[in-house]
Design a binder for this molecule. Sequence first.
Ligand code: ATP
Length: 251
Amino acid sequence: MLTTEATTLAVDGVGVQFEGVIALEGVSLCLQRGEIVGLIGPNGAGKTTLMNVFSGFQRPRSGRVLLRGGDVTRIGPARLARQGVARTFQGARVFPRLTVLENVTVGALGVGVGPRAARREAWRLLDLFGLAERADQLAGGLPHGGERLLGIARALASRPDFLLLDEPAAGMNASEGEELVRRIVQIRDQTGCGVLVVEHDMHLIMALSERIHVLDYGKTLAEGDRDVVRADPAVIRAYFGDEEVPDRAAG
Ligand SMILES: Nc1ncnc2c1ncn2[C@@H]1O[C@H](COP(=O)(O)OP(=O)(O)OP(=O)(O)O)[C@@H](O)[C@H]1O
């Protein structure tokens, strides 16, 4: 049952269809401020489509999107960002010809923060992400892991209550992934924002998420505590196949 509390971002029974392909059907997921939820599922399960619905990039055909209990189903991404919903995309999507500092500053300017405060906020985030030394470098010249962190820093510049991360660790090596887990937990602890993470790296998902939501063919296959979900036979069959289910990652 979905809550309509003031501290939640939720989808309630959403459905999305693309020219005959059912991408999502009757999916409900409630993200609370202060929690980290993993969204997983096989390729094509509907994870990115659900992120798009949450962030206003995809209007659902059925169901509702609720922000702090209010219906935002018809609100687009720019307005949702100003209301506290920020996201990153698959692929870093930084502005390669802007500097690292400018990339983050733009994130704050985009939600109406004044130029001086935006710059201050950008420096704070660059410090937090260990990118301050590269502030004046063009973003396009960053190594892959750095670009990913920059994308998250830019999303955080809007001071979101809810942060949606689409495959933040793609292309990172194991130690960069562990560092990313630490930073995401730190962000949650410091800002109290709710974090929804789509990620194929199961070690990372298990290390990071308190709750896990599993999609398969556009429907919810399982949801709940990570240990319960990991032991669910339907999840093991659909998602892990014959692979060994990873133990909770070190960290
Ligand atoms: N714009 C689109 N037009 C047509 N079909 C689409 C579109 N976007 C997604 N789909 C289809 O909807 C389904 C869900 O896709 P989606 O990208 O949300 O899955 P996913 O779980 O994020 O997959 P992956 O793990 O591979 O990124 C797939 O069958 C996909 O082919």
